[in-house]
Design a protein around this ligand. Sequence first.
Ligand code: DGP
Ligand code: NA
Ligand code: NA
Length: 219
Amino acid sequence: QEPAKPVSRGAFIVVEGLDRAGKSTQVKKLCDRLYAEGHNVKAIGFPDRTSPIGKMISSYLKCQTEMDDHAIHLLFTTNRWEKAQWVKDQIAHGYTLICDRYYYSGIVYSAAKRLPSLSLAWARQPEVGLPRPDRVMFLDLDPEAAVKRGGYGDEKYEKREMQERVRALFLGLLGRGGEESSDLFVVDAGVGVEDVAGSIWGEVGKVVNAVEGGKWLEL
Ligand code: DGP
Ligand code: NA
Ligand code: NA
């Protein structure tokens, strides 16, 4: 009889980037590949528009309701907190989670708003204590290239100027040192879909195998 498979947790991988960077496509491809290679994997994403708070966020993003910048930030944050225990449970049960956006988008999008704006430090505070990912793939795309991809949709932040500020803040996080900068792994999202997928796999494959091999015990 074969020895029981060692119990190990799953990995927690986040995919971040500007609107139009190709996150949804890449999340799907990554999940398919992990699944094909025998991993237990689930895709999730934030904002999760299905909960009552998620519906309020969705209405805000569709410009159907207005809200104070601090108030909407705290709703986005709460939307992550309401799933935090579920995230921990899934990982503990051996599921690798691939998450489309997380608190990195959270702090950067909120801080990128036009004045009067709130600071990165203010935005970061209510996120403290959320499960920290093993790795964050930042799909970097010049907003000019995003526009050439067919332009933005109609939602709140899908405007060229906002996207420029979001990108500058993401790149600024990388330069600041500390937790966020060490979590982020930059992927050039301006190349073909398969090349982007290849770069993501090069990093995520290593991380998932290390985690599942029991090498990274702490989440
Ligand atoms: P998506 O469903 O991935 O298109 O994301 C919806 C939009 O919300 C997108 O423009 C990014 C933005 N966003 C995601 N999380 C947060 C957050 O925590 N705070 C703010 N202000 N915006 C966020
Ligand atoms: Na979007
Ligand atoms: Na999304």
